[in-house]
Ligand binder design. Structure first.
Ligand code: G
Ligand code: G
Ligand code: MN
Ligand code: NA
Length: 253
């Protein structure tokens, strides 16, 4: 596929769309928020997942304008749901390292919060361990986001080689356990031990935890037993367009 050419005008042509995957509190059986996940509705190739085009967007620099659109769109949507009575929901937004270049991101974030009149804690920015290459600028960004009152999550937690260094130096508010770990559950005593240990550490550090990629009832049950409240995954809901969420469901979930 040659995607690069078409990507230049894709924003103007309104070809990107955000899907939203629910995050569920297992204990309260309650909707906690959503993660926004971009798709590209390509005129020729159909609906493309992010792994098909995000790296191209990063290499070409287009991720900066796409990322701005994502943030604005996600904020507008969480505002809509707040207006339907759910000011308690959060919206998690993925960002790329390149969006942190220069000093625009924090201003942009502040502007978006003001424009849509949403509470800062309704936005959670997801960073990944791979962003650590530029450690000092990431740290500055995380401190800046926390100062704004915005939450910060480490995505794909456990897959990098520097997870613990991240936790030591970055004042993040949540870790998201990568689905490659969840997939082994219920699993062996070792698998369960790993999750229990992560939860103990998270509790000591006063970190929120989300388990990602929960695909079965059994996985949900064992996570619950191990003290994991927040889950995300196909068992609880696939990422879908905003229109696919019924207003009554949002209100009552
Ligand atoms: O939805 P899907 O599982 O295909 O997402 C794959 C990856 O794409 C995820 O790990 C996520 O971090 C990344 N991704 C999804 N949406 C966005 C986005 O809006 N911006 C960036 N930078 N990455 C995204
Ligand atoms: O890296 P990040 O966590 O942002 O990516 C989330 C990706 O995982 C999205 O592309 C989403 O579509 C996908 N995803 C979400 N839930 C599940 C799940 O239960 N199983 C699998 N295989 N993928 C999932
Ligand atoms: Mn993510
Ligand atoms: Na992840």
């Amino acid at each position: 596929l040659n995607l690069e050419q078409g990507m230049h005008g894709a924003l103007q042509r309104n070809e990107f769309v955000l899907f939203y995957q629910p995050v569920i509190d297992l204990y309260e059986s309650r909707l906690m928020g959503f993660e926004a996940l971009i798709r590209w509705n390509h005129p020729e190739f159909g609906l493309l997942p992010p792994d098909k085009f995000i790296s191209i967007a990063e290499d070409t620099g287009l991720i900066e304008s796409i990322g701005s659109w994502v943030l604005d769109q996600a904020a507008a949507q969480i505002k809509k749901w707040a207006q339907q009575g759910r000011q308690d929901l959060f919206m998690a937004v993925n960002v790329s390292a390149r969006q942190f270049r220069g000093n625009y991101f924090l201003n942009e974030l502040k502007t978006v919060l003001q424009r849509h009149e949403i509470l800062p804690e309704q936005i959670e920015i997801e960073i990944t361990e791979s962003m650590l290459q530029d450690f000092h600028s990431i740290r500055k960004m995380v401190l800046g986001m926390r100062e704004l009152g915005v939450s910060v999550a480490i995505d794909d937690f456990g897959t990098g080689y520097s997870s613990l260094a991240l936790l030591k130096y970055l004042p993040v508010t949540r870790i998201k356990i990568d689905r490659s770990f969840v997939i082994s559950l219920p699993g062996t005593a070792r698998d369960v031990g790993l999750f229990s240990a992560i939860m103990q550490m998270a509790n000591s550090l006063e970190l929120n935890v989300t388990a990602e990629g929960v695909e079965t009832y059994d996985q949900s049950q064992i996570l619950r037993t191990m003290g994991y409240p927040a889950v995300q995954g196909y068992f609880w809901g696939r990422p879908v367009a905003a229109e696919d969420y019924d207003e009554v469901w949002i209100k009552n979930s």
